[in-house]
Structure formats: structure tokens, C-alpha cells
Ligand binder design. Structure first.
Ligand code: ZN
Ligand code: ZN
Length: 298
């Protein structure tokens, strides 16, 4: 049963609706561009490195939510970093459109309410393959929420890897998070190149994985994945099975994602391989209600 008091509190904390809004971009007092929400907040937070017409600028000041403007300043040409936002996201299922089985996995296609917070960023070196960097936390987090379409399924538990580990919760949550990444990135060929239009959330140790259209209102990207989920699971298993990296977390060729809002932390390749193998072998799961207090990994 949903906890409506709790939901109401969260909604009051997140009163900024991203729909139809945009941030105007200024360089010296001249307007040089405009970026819509929600992506605008990930690209234009204070101190973000922003690309405009082949030049990199730094965001000197963001007026949000008060005046919806970002002020840019020049960066030296040899400045070695770009930035990636750190985010937290909370999904709520609003309406279920349809359900089906992919192998033994129940998957639902639904309308989702996503509450998102940009709470910091990382500096990443240009040309560096590993998408991890030093974290900086924003003085004031940037919050917004929006409605979109997406899919939900529950990954089977990686019981072998859990049993083998001292830190069971870490292994389990990191296995689901890695699975979420690989299913999104690995499905690109199968869905006709929609991965860049998808966002993902894996909820702690619940096994619940949400994949949604990052365009407000939905643009059909997650529906393409819904229709071809068996193929996407199979391709994902191949990716983690065939990648020769020896790292427990995986690497930029298997489990890492440039879209990750968690600095590519909490990833476990071996647990993801077990999860995807269990899906391939036909293990059955059903979608359950999210549990309050579960930590979302994106
Ligand atoms: Zn790898
Ligand atoms: Zn991630």
C-alpha cells in the first residue's frame, strides 16, 4: 500500500515541475542559448563545464528556480576537465499500461513520475576512458520532477555472489545497478539506437529496475526496449560474459555508463552476470511495490 503522507511530503519538497520550462544562457549580458529542463539542470549547475559551439565555458552562476538563467565565463583552452552531474532519482508508478513476460521476468509498461535532484558533480579528465572522478557537492541541490513513460521489472537475486561475499547488501545492490547499466547501454543495437534517450534507476537491494524515457512525457524509447526485452537481456549477458576485464566492478566496456549519476560506483560485474544468467535460464520474478527508504542508484 503506498504511503500517501510520505509521498505528499516528498512532493512538497519537490515542488518544481520541469514541464515546458527552460534555462536561458548568458555570456556577458548577451543571450547565447537556451536549454530545456530536465537536462538543463544537469548541464548548467554551478561550476559545470558547458559546451557551446565548440567552445567550453564554465557556469559562473545559475539562477534556479528563481530567475531561470545561467551565466557563463571563459575557460582556458587547455583546461583538462569536463563535468558530469551527480543525481538522485525517485520513481513512482502512476498508471500501468500493460504487462508481459520476458523469459520468466514480468515487465510492466507504465506512466512514471520521476523526482530528480542534482546534488553535485564530478570533474572528469578529457580523453580519460574511466568515467569516474573527484566529487564536488553543490551548496544547494537542484530539484525538479516530471512525468514520463517507462518500464519496470524485478531482477532475480544473485544468490551465489551474495553467499560468497562479506558485504551482501553491497554486492546485491551493485549487481542490480550494473544490470541496469548494461541493459540500457547494451540494448542500443537492438532498439535502433534509443539508449541515449533512456534513464535508469535500480532500487537498492529490491531488484526493481526502472528504465524510462528521459524526454518529458515520453518519446517511445522505453517502449522499444519493452518490445524487445528478451533480446536485450541476451545481449547484456553476452557483454558481461565476454568482457575480459578482471575488475570486480567491471569497466567502461561492460558495466560503466557515461550516463551514470553515481560516478560509476556501486557496480558489480560478477553479480550482474549471475543475474543475467538467471534471467536467461528462465527464473521467474514479479514486479513488487517499492519499499520506503530504499536507496536509488541511477
Ligand atoms: Zn569489462
Ligand atoms: Zn549508474
Amino acid at each position: 500500500v503506498p504511503n500517501y503522507d510520505k509521498i505528499k511530503t516528498i512532493l512538497e519538497d519537490y515542488s518544481i515541475r520541469g514541464i515546458g520550462k527552460s534555462i536561458e544562457i548568458f555570456f556577458h549580458s548577451k543571450k547565447v542559448g537556451e536549454r530545456t529542463l530536465p537536462i538543463g539542470l544537469e548541464e548548467l549547475h554551478p561550476a559545470a563545464v558547458y559546451f557551446l559551439a565548440g567552445t567550453r565555458y564554465k557556469v559562473k552562476k545559475l539562477g534556479y528556480p528563481e530567475n531561470m538563467t545561467a551565466k557563463l565565463e571563459y575557460l582556458p583552452k587547455d583546461y583538462p576537465y569536463y563535468t558530469k552531474a551527480l543525481t538522485e532519482e525517485w520513481p513512482t508508478v502512476e498508471t500501468i499500461f500493460e504487462k508481459r513476460q520476458a523469459n520468466g521476468i514480468e515487465v510492466t509498461s507504465c506512466k512514471l513520475h520521476i523526482q530528480k535532484r542534482v546534488y553535485g558533480y564530478v570533474n572528469l579528465e578529457i580523453g580519460q576512458e574511466v568515467a569516474q572522478g573527484q566529487k564536488v557537492i553543490l551548496e544547494r541541490p537542484l530539484d525538479y520532477d516530471f512525468i514520463t513513460k517507462g518500464i519496470v521489472f524485478k531482477a532475480p537475486r544473485p544468490l551465489q555472489e551474495i553467499g560468497r561475499s562479506e558485504n551482501e547488501e553491497y554486492v546485491e545492490a551493485s549487481g542490480y545497478h550494473a544490470t541496469e547499466h548494461v541493459v540500457i547501454e547494451g540494448s542500443n543495437m537492438i532498439t535502433g539506437g534509443v539508449s541515449q534517450d533512456l534513464g535508469g534507476i535500480s532500487l537498492d537491494t529490491s531488484g526493481l529496475i526502472f528504465v524510462y524515457d528521459s524526454a518529458i512525457g515520453g518519446n517511445g524509447a522505453s517502449k522499444a526496449l519493452y518490445d524487445r526485452l528478451e533480446k536485450a537481456f541476451e545481449r547484456s549477458l553476452d557483454i558481461v560474459r565476454e568482457c575480459p576485464c578482471q575488475s570486480e566492478a567491471g569497466c567502461p566496456r561492460c558495466t560503466f555508463s557515461y550516463r551514470c549519476g553515481n560516478n560509476n560506483e556501486y557496480l558489480h560485474k560478477i553479480a550482474a552476470r549471475e543475474i543475467l544468467q538467471r534471467i536467461f535460464d528462465g527464473e521467474k520474478t514479479e514486479v513488487t511495490e517499492p519499499v520506503e527508504g530504499d536507496k536509488p542508484l541511477v
